[in-house]
Design a binder for this molecule. Structure first.
Ligand SMILES: O=c1ccn([C@@H]2O[C@H](COP(=O)(O)OP(=O)(O)O[C@H]3OC[C@@H](O)[C@H](O)[C@H]3O)[C@@H](O)[C@H]2O)c(=O)[nH]1
Length: 423
């Protein structure tokens, strides 16, 4: 058995010991059946544990076992959700499962959380609803096996590293993870006749446009490796789909915030990547006292208050756009959509909303600009409003942040613990 416990996220709150449970993974299998009894010789305990393991194994489809997903059942859409252990992917998987889709999640857990998968498994324990496969999309052989064993109807490709700052420091990681892995997915789709793709792209592909708001025909001139890698992936997808009967939807997300309003899932980024973290995570970390204060990166931008302008879209609205895209995807058609609210908010405005949502007077330090940042981006969402009948519903920044804050407060160690604190 391969011990992959080092891949679990480190404790977010240094004052609390890390819950060091070894990951129950064996090769590519995901199963809780591999735990060994701690005390040898205690036969009765061993028998009970074995019985429990068999029960759990029955509930947790494993990659190498007979797949309950290998048959194509008419009327049930089976969606491959790459990156389904991550922030957006897990929220999308939850919505798909709620809407009665069958879901297979593939994730290498490099940025996502096994805890999110466990929550989804608890919510949807029925055999044949949710399958989790621990695998890296960079491994074409494994990806092909996954496609060969499963009859996917559609792919939602979320899996990606997604920090603008990190991308400027580690560009090759971004090109590999985003661009190359998309190629692997497309090749597997072609080889196995899967013809529907919903692709997670980003406003970062536009770079620093001259005109606001950004429409889908605004020229794309990305200025950081993250945006460039996503743009390349988009181009490959478009070339690949040309002249084919592929149904493709490319969704260009603006800045995603919030979490499941019912508090089942949240955003739990890797603590070791905190320095690259997004503004929402940084605000919450500052409010929780995990970091001494929030660093506002750049106050000399040509904007109303000197800080960057972004369009913050709630994750619940974003996953709704995915479900609508899947519904409206048609053979031989490509749809490209901005997914945003259409409203630009400055970093200073964001910080004020975060202070109100958390009730904490967060300390704010003003620093130099962050490499790779653009001054102002916000969307014109009229195309997606019109064509997919989608519009953002939760447009109150403070409300989205309040929902996310509730989850953060009750998950000080991310998915590893649910210790509630009174602030
Ligand atoms: O600690 C921080 C983090 C961020 N910021 C600022 O907040 C603004 C937003 O930065 P974020 O890192 O949250 O988000 P970005 O706009 O860089 O990209 C984000 O949105 C588009 C998505 O596709 C990307 O995946 C996501 O990272 C920037 O101006 C940034 O400099 C801070 O001032 N302090």
């Amino acid at each position: 058995m391969k011990d992959l416990s080092h891949m679990l996220p480190a404790s977010r709150n240094r004052s609390q010991p890390r819950a060091n449970r070894p990951l129950p993974l064996s090769g590519m299998d995901y199963s809780e059946s591999h735990r060994k009894p701690q005390v040898l010789g205690k036969l009765v305990i061993a028998v009970i544990i074995t019985a429990v393991c068999i029960l759990i194994l029955k509930q947790s489809p494993s990659f190498s076992g007979p797949s309950k997903f290998s048959r194509h059942e008419p009327g049930v859409t089976h969606v491959l959700v790459t990156g389904g252990a991550g922030y957006i992917g897990s929220h999308a998987a939850l919505r798909l499962l709620k809407d009665n889709y069958r879901v297979t999640i593939v994730d290498n857990l490099s940025r996502g959380n096994l805890g999110a998968i466990r929550i989804l498994q608890q919510l949807f324990p029925e055999p044949g609803r949710l399958q989790f496969i621990y695998a890296d999309l960079g491994d074409a052989v494994v990806v092909n096996k996954i496609f060969a064993k499963n009859a996917f109807d559609a792919v939602m490709h979320f899996a990606a590293v997604a920090y603008v700052g990190e991308s400027t420091l580690e560009p090759l990681r971004y090109y590999h993870n985003i661009t190359s892995n998309t190629l692997v997915i497309l090749e597997a789709m072609a080889a196995h006749g899967v013809k529907t793709l919903i692709y997670s792209s980003t406003c970062a592909t536009y770079g620093e446009p001259e005109k606001m708001p950004i429409t889908e025909v605004t020229p794309q001139h990305p200025i950081n490796p993250y945006g460039k890698a996503k743009k390349m992936a988009e181009d490959i997808i478009l070339d690949f789909s040309k002249g084919s009967d592929m149904a493709v939807m490319i969704l260009r997300y603006f800045n995603v915030i919030g979490s499941d309003p019912e508090g089942r899932l949240g955003e739990a980024p890797r603590p070791e990547l905190r320095e690259h973290g997004r503004i929402s995570g940084a605000c919450f970390d500052a409010a929780l006292g995990i970091i001494p204060g929030l660093k506002v990166k750049g106050t000399d931008y040509p904007t109303s208050d000197g800080t960057c302008i972004r369009d913050y879209i709630d994750v619940t609205d974003l996953v709704d756009a995915h479900v609508k895209s899947l519904d409206k995807a048609r053979p031989s058609k490509v749809g490209i959509y901005n997914v945003g609210t259409g409203k630009g908010r400055s970093v200073k405005e964001f910080v004020e909303a975060c202070k109100k949502a958390t009730g904490v007077s967060i300390r704010v330090d003003y620093l130099e600009r962050r490499p790779g940042d653009y001054a102002e981006v916000y969307s014109d969402p009229s195309k997606i409003n019109r064509e997919l009948n989608w519009s953002a519903r939760r447009t109150d920044l403070q409300e989205s942040l309040s929902i996310a804050w509730r989850w953060q407060k009750s998950h000080l160690n991310g998915y590893e613990s649910a210790s509630v604190v009174a602030l």
